[in-house]
Design a protein around this ligand. Structure first.
Ligand code: KG4
Ligand code: ZN
Length: 346
């Protein structure tokens, strides 16, 4: 069966055709990063309007697969920006009606959790799922495609959001993750000791805003003495590397805590921050030390993409989930929450 996936929850407009849940035939992603750069973050109205412009060309490219009509359409219904979600859901509903094929609504964060299936081909449950992106930071116990429980999440900023805010503050531009990752490579991660928020809290929750404030205070202190941090590439790189070391240490520590608490033997990761080279290195080292399996997807399946939406849609459909035409958008949808209008039928 061919599944058409549609993803427009934030600032990536993506469509993909996947065969039987794990064979990606096409995966087209139109990034809007250039449109949002001058604002230092995603502007919801600009994102929604850009989706209206790009969704048809993106679909047109994605559907260039041996001419056959997909047997299922999967679309992100939440969580995300309401105006962005509406574009994808409206187009998905229209196509399902015009082609007379079933439609399935998918939770974007749950799709990140199962995205490893696109490269691994099968998923062995249970596992600890880690999602770290611009909008989400959470750990979940994943025991099936339709059985996911959040065990920890951020109490304030998402990790990617902290990268982006610090990068903007340091004058390094948007998005912050890739640039901080790059300049940290030749810098000293121990140059400044930034706090590791909630590292000893005993639970699996995160807090990133205190770390962000610590970086701001550090820079203000240096600048008070008359030095310009932003004009000193060495100093900037050391601050970036020290921030990154603190952020990654917390993520790894919390992931291993979840593994031990839940007594799981596998970790699967997803979300844009999983592209980070330091996080990949630290997570790999920690999982080897614990003797557990770790899977880190290729960057294209870490960041937002419609292939993971098509994939989860397929596995839910296989399990008997069906979606009525009344399905709406759910901007605040939680992991594990039933999608109204998309219930299991048998
Ligand atoms: O998953 P994603 O494409 O979109 C959301 O759902 O948010 O993630 C985007 C986020 C941005 O905050 C970006 O700065 C971050 O992922 N990111 C990175 C890296 N590449 C992207 N963060 C750290 N290191 C990277 N190499
Ligand atoms: Zn995402």
């Amino acid at each position: 069966m061919l599944i058409l996936g549609i993803e427009t929850s934030c600032d990536e407009c993506s469509a993909s055709v996947v065969r039987d849940g794990n064979e990606v035939l096409t995966n087209i992603v139109a990034s809007q990063v250039d449109l949002h750069r001058e604002y230092g973050g995603v502007v919801p109205e600009i994102a929604a309007r850009a989706h209206v412009e790009t969704i048809i060309p993106v679909l047109d490219q994605a559907l260039k697969v041996d001419g056959s009509v997909p047997g299922l359409i999967a679309v992100t219904v939440g969580p995300g920006l309401v105006g962005s979600l509406v574009v994808g859901v409206s187009v998905a509903k229209s196509l399902a009606w015009a082609w007379d094929v079933p439609l399935i609504g998918v939770n974007h964060v749950e799709a990140h959790l199962i995205a490893p299936v696109l490269e691994k081909k099968t998923l062995e449950f249970p596992f600890v799922g880690l999602v770290v992106s611009g909008g989400h930071t959470l750990l979940a116990d994943v025991t099936g495609f339709d059985r996911m429980t959040v065990v920890g999440e951020t109490l304030d900023d998402a990790v990617g959001e902290a990268y982006d805010k610090i990068s903007n503050f340091l004058g390094l531009g948007y998005p912050g993750g890739p640039v901080i990752d790059r300049i940290s490579k030749d810098a000293d991660p121990d140059a400044i000791f930034f706090p590791r928020p909630m590292i000893k809290s005993g639970d699996c929750n995160f807090s990133m805003s205190g770390l962000k404030t610590a970086v701001v205070r550090h820079v203000e202190k240096i600048e008070f003495s008359g030095k310009s941090v932003r004009e000193d590439p060495r100093e900037l790189a050391d601050i970036a590397a020290s921030f990154q070391a603190a952020a990654c240490e917390v993520i790894v520590e919390k992931t291993i805590r979840a593994v031990r608490l839940l007594k799981r033997r596998r970790v699967m990761a997803g979300g844009g921050v999983v592209c980070n080279s330091e996080l990949r290195r630290k997570l790999t080292k920690a999982c080897i030390r614990e003797g557990i399996e770790l899977f880190l997807p290729s960057p294209v399946y870490c960041t937002d993409n419609a292939a993971m939406i098509a994939s989860l849609g397929y596995y839910l459909y296989e399990k008997g989930y069906r979606c009525g035409n009344e399905v709406d958008v759910y901007p605040g949808l939680k992991v594990g929450e039933t999608i109204p209008g998309c219930e299991k039928t048998d």
